[in-house]
Design a binder for this molecule. Structure first.
Ligand code: GDP
Ligand code: MG
Length: 294
């Protein structure tokens, strides 16, 4: 019997949702930005174990909307609540509940699934403060269970993960086992670059190209999103076609993709595109997997 389910992690910005997901998966799930208001899509992280698959959804920082995009994000978070099998409310163990936590608790009242409370950052608190805060948080909603852990130090993760596992209903393996994240933003970026290559080269370049986003992350303390991508072609002759005379065509591909992605993500982007030959990549199983095709 196989069990599976979707678990939404909800909490104020900066409480450690992304850190917890990374810790649970034991490897870094590329999340493009830790800045709450730039993560517009939900990031899913898939944990596959024998007989079970748990899909964690890292919801964008939930806060009282100040502008339209904020409203949309809250709507998305609210609709997520209706679709998941379990919700984990992540809070900071060393701080008592604030306005933001109470706002989220109100939204959580609408969830129909079990609720777990996670007091994260246990490493930053004393037993006394922890006990006090735990009591205050536990009164916000009716929680099925409460966990105290440190995502950063890796303390007490197992107890939480076991509880999540217990609560997963019977269900199929939704994602291939080797898949760790569906990285929607990377996928979208790759598709947009691919589209520009095809548009600008017309028939000369068939669909025998693949685009892989090697890196996509915010520069620290700068409002700039670095996007480093590789365009794979099958034959050497195709490199020149894509690069164009004096590199002009590749530049144009980059400019158009950048403009579209900037509008989509609402961030300034620095785009670095490279063209590489990968012979017969379409026929090579392991290449396909590496490139994210299955
Ligand atoms: P998110 O906005 O909820 O996704 O929060 P992040 O995962 O980006 O974490 C915000 C900050 O809190 C980062 O600097 C983390 O290193 C830190 N952090 C996360 N978990 C812990 C923890 O258990 N202990 C401590 N001391 N810091 C943590
Ligand atoms: Mg985060």
């Amino acid at each position: 019997m196989h069990h599976s389910g979707f678990v939404a992690l909800i909490g104020r910005p900066n409480v450690g949702k992304s850190t917890l997901i990374n810790a649970l998966l034991g490897e870094k799930v590329a999340i493009i930005s830790d800045r709450p208001q730039t993560t517009r899509n939900q990031i899913r992280a898939v944990l596959t174990r024998p007989e079970e698959q748990i899909i964690f959804i890292d919801t964008p920082g939930l806060h009282k909307p100040k502008h339209l995009l904020g409203t949309k994000m809250v709507k998305m978070a609210e609709s997520t609540l209706q679709e998941v099998d379990l919700v984990s409310f992540i809070v900071e163990a060393h701080h008592p509940p604030g306005q933001g936590d109470r706002y989220i608790a109100e939204i959580l009242e609408k969830a129909h699934c079990p609720l777990l409370l996670v007091l994260n950052k246990s490493d930053l608190t004393s037993p006394k403060t922890l006990a006090d805060n735990k009591k205050l948080y536990s009164q916000l909603c009716s929680f099925q269970a409460i966990f105290t852990l440190s995502a950063l130090c890796g303390d007490n993760l197992t107890a939480y993960l076991d509880a999540v596992s217990e609560l997963m209903p019977e269900g199929p393996q939704y994602y291939p086992p080797e898949m760790i994240t569906d990285q929607p933003e990377r996928f979208i970026a790759a598709e947009i670059i691919r589209e520009k290559v095809i548009q600008l080269t017309r028939q000369e370049i068939p669909f025998s190209i693949a685009v892989v986003i090697e890196e996509m992350k915010m520069r620290e303390r700068k409002d700039l999103l670095d996007v480093r991508a590789e365009i794979f072609v099958e034959r050497k002759s195709q490199v020149g076609i894509i690069v164009g005379k004096g590199g002009l065509l590749l530049k144009e591909i980059g400019t158009r993709a950048r403009q579209e992605l900037e509008a989509l993500f609402g961030e300034k982007i620095f785009m670095d595109l490279r063209v590489k030959v990968k012979k017969d990549w379409r026929n090579r199983e392991e290449e396909l997997r590496r490139l994210g095709y299955r």
